[in-house]
Structure formats: C-alpha cells, structure tokens
Design a protein around this ligand. Structure first.
Ligand code: SF4
Ligand code: SF4
Length: 124
C-alpha cells in the first residue's frame, strides 16, 4: 500500500526558509496563502512566519516533526511548497528533501520507500 512519507516527516517545513512572490498571498490572489501567516521579506518576497526565524518552523506546520504532521493551509500553500517534491516521488531524487530529513535525524527516502512503507527508516 502506498503511504506518503511526508505525513510522518515535515522536516522541510521545519528546516528551510519558505519564501515566495508576495502576490501568492491572499493580499494578491484569491484563496492565496493567508497573509497573516507570512512576513514581508522585501519588495518582492513574502515568507511563511516561523520558517525564516531562528526556530525555522513554518507556522502552518502542525504535529510533531518526524512523527505525524500536517499543513494547516494545505490547499492554500505557496508554489514553493507545492513544487518541493519528496525524494524519489515519481522516480526523481530531491537532495534538499534528503538534507532536511538528515537534519532531523531521518534517513533519506529511497526509491523503494514509495513501494514498501517499511522502507521509511526513522533513524539516520
Ligand atoms: S505552508 Fe505547509 S507545506 Fe508549506 S512549509 Fe508551511 S507547513 Fe510546510
Ligand atoms: S523533507 Fe521530504 S519527505 Fe519530509 S516532508 Fe519534506 S518533502 Fe516530504
């Protein structure tokens, strides 16, 4: 059975600054990213609150990283989030997914992770 490894991870949402063109917020787009959950970085970019601070955890991330997580604005998340694919989904390696997981003590995904959920080792 296919299990999405992101649901027991969330490492990228608690590791990288998540920034995007400010007009992706609901200040510029219908049903955009809630602007109240963002900070303006400069004239062009907004970033998710939390993700660009020392805590480095997106304010929309719910749950416990590495155990069980969800995104409270999943349907309205930014293109940066939509385009960040977990490693080996559709056969494509994402080194930044690996790096975020390693930073949280999680082993990088492998191609077989998408076939057999037992290939989601928790420890790096
Ligand atoms: S908006 Fe959602 S998907 Fe994007 S970084 Fe935050 S928790 Fe992750
Ligand atoms: S680090 Fe990779 S596996 Fe973890 S939530 Fe992000 S995309 Fe998914």
């Amino acid at each position: 059975m296919h299990v999405n490894p992101c649901l027991t991870c969330g490492a990228c949402c608690a590791h990288y600054r998540v920034s995007f063109y400010w007009a992706e917020t609901d200040a510029g787009s219908d049903n955009g990213v809630p602007a109240v959950m963002t900070d303006q970085v400069n004239d062009f970019l907004a970033a998710m609150k939390g993700a660009h601070t020392s805590s480095c955890r997106c304010t929309a991330l719910q749950g416990v990283t590495g155990e069980s997580v969800s995104c409270s604005i999943y349907e309205r998340r930014a293109s940066t989030c939509r385009e960040f694919a977990p490693s080996w989904e559709n056969g494509i390696h994402n080194m930044r997914c690996d790096q975020a997981r390693l930073a949280w003590g999680l082993s990088p995904l492998r191609p077989e992770s998408w076939i057999d959920p037992n290939h989601f080792p928790k420890a790096a």
